[in-house]
Ligand binder design. Structure first.
Ligand code: BES
Ligand code: ZN
Ligand code: ZN
Length: 496
C-alpha cells in the first residue's frame, strides 16, 4: 500500500473515497471542516444529522456517491463518538473501521481527512496504523482472491506536510506493518509453522533488517542445562529452537539499559499428555503469539532505532503427546538449577519461559518483558478486552502501562504478592508447574517470577487478546498482533 501526506484543500483531493470523522452533537459553529464539506456536498452532511440517519455515534457510517463539489468519488462519514472522548485510540479504530467498510465495496484508494481543529502528528501515526491494520486479512491460504481487495493507496489530508508530520506517517506505517507481520506469523497453521520454520522466519527478518541472529539448537540447550524447555519439546518430532535476535542502538549509547523481550513460541499446544479437549484445539496454533509479537516488535525496532539495546528471545517448541513426551509427575532441572515438578504438561509455557528468562539474565538483560498466551485463567479474569500485566517492579510497570496507553492497547495490572506463593508448593521438587484451582493467571506469573529473581520484569498474559474469535468493525477475525506497538513504544520512549 502506498501512503502519502498532502495538505490539499479537501474539495481537490482525487481519491476513491474520502473518510471524514464526524462527532456526536457536532458543533457546527466551530467546525470549519463541517461547513466546507457540507457546502461541497450540497448540504448532505447537515441533512444526515438533521434526519438522524447519522448521529456521529462511534463506528457508524454514512456514504455519499459523487459529491457535487468534490473531486473524490465518494465521501464516507465515520462516526467518531463524543468529541471530549476522542483520542488517538478512537481515531485508529474509526479509520480502521472506515477502511474495512470501504474495502467491502471494492474501494482501493482512500484519503483520510485530519481536521486542523484536533490533528497533530500523533494523530497521523494513529490514522495510518488504523488504515494498515484494518486492511489486513488472514486470507493467505484462500485461493479465490476476487472476494478480497486490499488497498492500493492511502492519503492523509493533514494541516501540514512538514518533516515532523512526514516522520509521524512513516512511524505509523512501520508500526502497523510490524503488527501485520506478527499477525501473518501467528495465523500460520502448525503444519506450516513449527519451531524451525519460526527460526527461519526470524533469520530472514534479521538479514533483511540488519539484526544479529543466533539459534540455540537442542544439543546446545542440553549442554547449557535447559531441562524445562527440553522437557516440553521431547514429546514432539519437531526439534525445539531458542531464537535470539539482537539490536544495538546507534553509538554513542545514551544508556546502559539492555531490554530483553521474551516471547512464548509454542507453535502448537495439544497440552501434551495432559491433553486438551479437541473442541477448539485448532486455535492452539496461536500459542506462539507472544513470540510473534516479539519478532514484529524487533522488525519495527530495527527500523526506528530506539536508544536502548534490545535482545529478543523466543523459546520455540511444539507441545505434543508423543511416545517420548514428558509425563505428569516428571521432575526437570531448569537452567537456573531449580527443580520443577511437572504436575500438568499443559502448563508448558511457563516451563519454556523459565529457561528463556534465566538465559536472558545471563546475556546481561537489565530489564525483562515477556509476552505469552499463558493461561485460560486470564481470559476468565479479563475477558478478551485487556492484556493481564504482572510485574515485580513499579517503575517498569508504569513505563509499560504508559506505552500501552499511548498505543491504544488495553492492559490491566494484576496482583503478584508473595501471599500467592502458598499456591505453589511441591512435595518432591522446588516448585510445581501449577497451583490450585484459583487465581490461575497469577500462579503462572508467580512461577515466572521465581526465575527473574531481582531483575525488573513485566509479564503480559495475552491469551485473551492475541486472537479475535469474531471480526470487529475495525479488525479481521484471527490474530490481533497485540503487544507489538507497546513493545516498540517502550523501547523508543526509554528515558533515564
Ligand atoms: N496455551 C495455553 C493457554 C491458553 C488458553 C491460551 C486459552 C489461549 C487460550 C496454556 O499452555 C495452557 O494450556 N494453560 C493451562 C494451564 C493449566 C493447566 C494450569 C490453562 O490455562 O488451562
Ligand atoms: Zn498448554
Ligand atoms: Zn500453551
Amino acid at each position: 500500500m502506498q501512503t502519502s501526506l498532502i495538505a490539499t484543500p479537501i474539495q481537490d483531493v482525487e481519491t476513491g473515497a474520502l473518510i471524514l470523522l464526524s462527532f456526536e452533537k457536532e458543533d457546527r459553529e466551530k467546525a470549519e471542516l463541517f461547513a466546507s464539506v457540507n457546502s461541497a456536498t450540497g448540504g448532505w452532511l447537515a441533512e444526515i444529522y438533521d434526519t438522524a440517519e447519522f448521529t456521529g455515534k462511534s463506528l457508524t457510517f454514512a456514504l455519499l456517491h459523487r459529491p457535487p463539489g468534490m473531486k473524490s468519488r465518494r465521501v464516507l462519514a465515520v462516526g467518531a463518538g463524543k468529541r471530549d472522548r476522542f483520542d488517538t485510540a478512537e481515531l485508529r479504530k474509526a479509520v480502521a473501521a472506515g477502511v474495512r467498510h470501504l474495502k467491502a465495496k471494492s474501494c482501493r484508494s482512500i484519503a483520510v481527512v485530519l481536521d486542523p481543529l484536533w490533528a497533530n502528528p500523533e494523530y497521523v501515526s494513529a490514522a495510518v496504523e488504523g488504515a494498515i491494520t484494518g486492511d489486513f486479512e488472514p486470507s493467505r491460504y484462500k485461493t479465490a482472491k476476487e472476494e478480497e481487495c486490499s488497498l492500493d493507496s492511502l492519503t492523509l489530508v493533514a494541516p501540514s506536510t512538514s518533516a515532523e508530520w512526514q516522520e509521524a506517517l512513516d512511524r505509523g506505517r512501520i508500526l502497523a506493518e510490524a503488527q501485520n507481520f506478527t499477525r501473518e506469523l501467528v495465523n500460520e497453521p502448525a503444519n506450516r509453522m513449527n519451531p524451525m520454520v519460526l527460526a527461519d522466519r526470524a533469520r530472514r527478518l534479521a538479514e533483511e533488517q540488519g539484526l544479529e541472529f543466533e539459534l540455540l539448537d537442542r544439543d546446545r540447550m542440553a549442554q547449557l542445562g535447559m531441562g524445562a524447555l527440553l522437557g516440553v519439546a521431547q514429546g514432539s518430532d519437531e526439534p525445539p529452537a531458542l531464537i535470539i535476535l539482537r539490536y544495538q542502538p546507534p553509538k554513542p549509547a545514551s544508556t546502559n539499559v539492555h531490554l530483553g523481550l521474551v516471547g512464548k513460541g509454542v507453535t502448537f499446544d495439544t497440552g501434551g499428555i495432559s491433553i486438551k479437549p479437541s473442541d477448539g484445539m485448532e486455535k492452539m496454533k496461536y500459542d506462539m503469539a507472544g513470540g510473534g509479537a516479539v519478532l514484529g516488535a524487533m522488525r519495527a525496532i530495527a527500523q526506528l532505532k530506539p536508544p536502548v539495546a534490545v535482545t529478543a528471545l523466543i523459546p520455540a517448541v511444539e507441545n505434543m503427546p508423543g511416545g517420548r513426551a514428558q509425563r505428569p509427575g516428571d521432575i526437570v532441572t531448569t537452567l537456573s538449577g531449580k527443580t520443577v515438578e511437572v504436575l500438568n504438561t499443559d502448563a508448558e509455557g511457563r516451563l519454556i519461559l523459565a529457561d528463556a528468562l534465566t538465559y536472558a539474565r545471563r546475556l546481561g538483560c537489565t530489564h525483562l518483558v515477556d509476552a505469552a498466551t499463558l493461561t485460560g485463567a486470564i481470559v476468565v479474569a479479563l475477558g478478551h478486552v485487556n492484556v493481564g500485566v504482572f510485574s515485580n517492579n513499579q517503575d517498569l510497570l508504569e513505563r509499560l502501562l504508559s506505552a500501552a496507553k499511548e498505543e491504544g492497547e488495553k492492559m490491566w495490572a494484576m496482583p503478584l504478592d508473595d501471599d500467592y506463593k502458598e499456591y505453589l508448593k511441591s512435595a518432591f521438587a522446588d516448585i510445581p508447574n501449577i497451583g490450585n484451582r484459583w487465581g490461575g493467571a497469577i500462579t503462572a506469573a508467580m512461577f515466572l517470577k521465581e526465575f527473574v529473581e531481582d531483575t525488573p520484569w513485566v509479564h503480559l498474559d495475552i491469551a485473551g487478546t492475541a486472537w479475535l474469535d469474531d471480526a470487529k468493525p475495525f479488525m479481521a477475525k484471527g490474530p490481533s498482533g497485540v503487544a507489538v506497538r507497546t513493545f516498540v513504544n517502550l523501547a523508543m520512549n526509554w528515558k533515564a
